[in-house]
Design a protein around this ligand. Structure first.
Ligand code: GAL
Length: 371
């Protein structure tokens, strides 16, 4: 189906009110991948219910209250593990080793050139063909409201140097989903892990997220070439349709005649976050997204320096997700807290190098409220 046909198809089914979804069946997620057991875990806090699988440390469902108290599943995904294996591989996982893109998959570190897998045009995306999202992670700890998973990314995997151990803990607390990352390596390497959920605050993959109102706490972005590889420039957002410092409906300017919007086929850009007012924990507010129809608001707080905002431009309605509904054109947004794309090839970007003896840490919080 062409994207245009998918838009037509999706436009016809945009009127349904948000519904309260049933939880996913654990048995539909039980299998073996990489010789390891894969399962589905259900976590609960006062406000949030989350289902997560250790396949790619993936968030499979995330139910938050709307303004009427209905629980709405605000992430896109699939009802079974088989559908995840055959569907959009980036629905909910942790992506790495290097999330986002590396130009031509090449980088030099300490004078040695490395070639990572090419899987996106002529570039490397989200850790390559066999990136972290494609593997079964170990489940190290599970509680009622928390789970810790880890993965050993071996030296040479997808072309990267060094054995890296990545650990991610998801914790639900009140209306917060807290993500804590830790990583160590036994040889110098680069990494840029991020959570890759497609959020749809309507809780309906047939209803466009163009209606969401978005604010991003960034005054600058990193312009790219047509393959979405940064040129190295750090440019002002002032006067562009990418400036979200004032809360704006996503669909309002998405079709404007602006080169960066053409390259991304919509929003698909790296925003340089304003880090000037951190809270006591060192986190700054990166973005706030709100859906007027049901009052759900999500804020993202992070210690990361950048946020990739992707407006679901590649969904074409052919992949069938939860509730037997297609993942429609622009019916999911990714808001990925991370470092800059292609940083290993730009000395003026904050470094993403990790060396033996150092520990990489990241904390990002998705905070839900209603208005
Ligand atoms: C996003 C990326 C998009 C697209 C998407 C996966 O993180 O910015 O360009 O690759 O992942 O389809």
């Amino acid at each position: 189906m062409t994207a245009a046909a998918a838009i037509m198809l999706c436009v016809g089914c945009t009127t349904e009110a948000p519904r309260t979804e049933a939880l996913l069946n654990q048995s539909d997620y039980q299998t073996q991948i990489d010789g390891k057991p894969v399962d589905l875990y259900t976590l609960q806090s006062e406000g949030i219910t989350m289902q997560v699988t250790n396949y790619g440390a993936r968030i499979a469902g995330l139910w938050v209250p709307d303004r009427d108290g209905n629980k709405v599943d605000v992430v896109l995904g699939y009802p079974t593990i088989d559908q995840h294996l055959n569907g959009d591989g980036y629905a909910g996982p942790i992506v790495g080793r290097y999330g986002n893109r590396i130009g031509k998959g090449k980088f030099s570190l300490d004078g040695v050139e490395y070639q990572t897998t090419i899987n996106n045009g002529e570039n490397h995306l989200h850790g390559g063909i066999g990136g972290w999202s494609t593997h079964a992670w170990n489940v190290d700890n599970v509680g009622d409201n928390t789970i810790t998973m880890s993965y050993l990314s071996a030296d040479g995997e997808e072309g990267y140097p060094g054995n890296v151990i990545i650990t991610v803990t998801y914790t639900l607390a009140g209306n917060d989903l807290i993500l804590d990352y830790r990583a160590t390596t036994d040889a110098p390497t680069v990494l840029n892990p991020t959570s890759h959920c497609y959020f749809n605050l309507h809780g309906d993959s047939e209803v466009s997220t163009n209606s969401h109102v978005l604010r991003i706490n960034a005054a600058e972005y990193t312009p790219t070439d047509a393959g979405l590889i940064p040129t190295g420039e750090i440019a002002t957002l002032e006067g562009t349709p990418l400036d979200f410092r004032t809360a704006t409906v996503i669909g309002e300017r998405i079709e404007e005649d602006f080169e960066a919007l053409k390259f991304g086929a919509g929003y698909d850009h790296n925003f340089v976050l304003d880090k000037s007012t951190p809270n006591e924990a060192g986190l700054t507010e990166a973005a706030v997204v709100y859906e007027p129809a049901n009052g759900i608001e999500m804020s993202i707080l992070t210690d990361q320096v950048a946020l990739q905002f992707y407006s679901g431009n590649f969904f074409d309605g052919t992949s069938i997700g939860k509730g037997d509904k297609p993942l429609c054109y622009r019916a999911g947004i990714a808001l990925e807290a991370q470092g800059y794309p292609d940083a290993p090839n730009h000395d003026n970007f904050p470094s993403r190098v990790l060396r033996p003896g150092e520990e990489y840490t990241q904390q990002t919080i998705y905070r839900f409220a209603t208005k």
